[in-house]
Design a protein around this ligand. Structure first.
Ligand SMILES: Nc1ncnc2c1ncn2[C@@H]1O[C@H](COP(=O)(O)OP(=O)(O)OP(=O)(O)O)[C@@H](O)[C@H]1O
Length: 223
């Protein structure tokens, strides 16, 4: 569902990374790795269409349609410190629903379901900006899931969380993956979730190494 050809990005005339060719069916959960500054966030932002690549092409094939990012509501990028609207917790979901044109009664019912799913059912009226880091991330996952995206691009989702919060977020991400949402996540530190990723992309020295492609290269039977 993701096809990349001759993608190249950088700033001020310097190349950050280049990717000759990459295909991802979306069936395997992917762990994007790389040192600080290797360009993980930038790659996720380019895949989401939040910034255009310097050269090359990104194409998503979703529900039989070939799309160039951005694909609002379908390919969703989530920052490790997600933006919270300056409203209550429930209204954060309802605003997102309205923004994306969900029908009002359906949106409310679904938003309440999402709040229970992410464990914030008792916090509907609490100001969203007063939530802890882990709670914000859970609310942001609920806000994303409200739209039933096909792809979630998660930027260091558990980087600043303690073990308990990581377990909570891991469980939610796992639910999304089981429901058929394709997950690509960057993460520095191993976690139960990164351990479950079936594929690894590694940004090193400006090149993206794909362990699946490398296995195919080294085993002719897989080509
Ligand atoms: N808009 C921009 N203008 C100039 N340089 C930028 C811009 N955005 C990112 N960079 C630079 O690109 C490099 C890669 O940044 P990026 O945030 O993608 O790396 P990262 O791998 O996600 O890093 P980290 O693991 O530390 O979060 C950094 O050196 C950053 O300063």
């Amino acid at each position: 569902m993701l096809d990349i050809e001759a993608l190249d990005h950088g700033f001020a005339g310097n190349t950050l990374w280049t990717i000759d060719r990459l295909h991802w069916s979306g069936r395997e959960m992917v762990h994007l790795q790389g040192d600080n500054g290797s360009g993980k966030t930038t790659l996720l932002r380019v895949l989401a269409g939040l910034e255009p690549p310097r050269l090359g092409r990104v194409r998503w094939t979703l529900d039989g349609q070939s799309l160039v990012p951005p694909c609002p509501g379908w390919v969703v990028y989530l920052h490790q410190h997600p933006y919270m609207f300056d409203t209550g917790v429930l209204d954060n979901l309802l605003l997102a629903a309205r923004w994306h044109g969900l029908e009002r009664a359906h949106a409310r019912e679904r938003a309440l379901g999402m709040l229970n799913w992410c464990g914030l059912g008792e916090r509907a009226r609490q100001p969203a900006r007063s939530l802890s880091g882990g709670e914000r991330l859970r609310l942001a996952l609920a806000r994303a899931w409200l739209l039933e995206p096909r792809v979630l691009l998660l930027d260091e989702p558990t980087a600043t969380l303690d073990a308990r919060a990581i377990a909570d977020v891991d469980a939610l991400i796992d639910d999304l993956a089981l429901a058929g949402c394709a997950i690509l996540m960057s993460a520095h530190h191993p976690s139960p979730l990164t351990a479950r990723c079936q594929r690894r992309w590694h940004l090193r020295d400006g090149v993206l190494f794909d362990d699946v492609a490398q296995r195919r290269e080294s085993n002719p039977a897989l080509r």
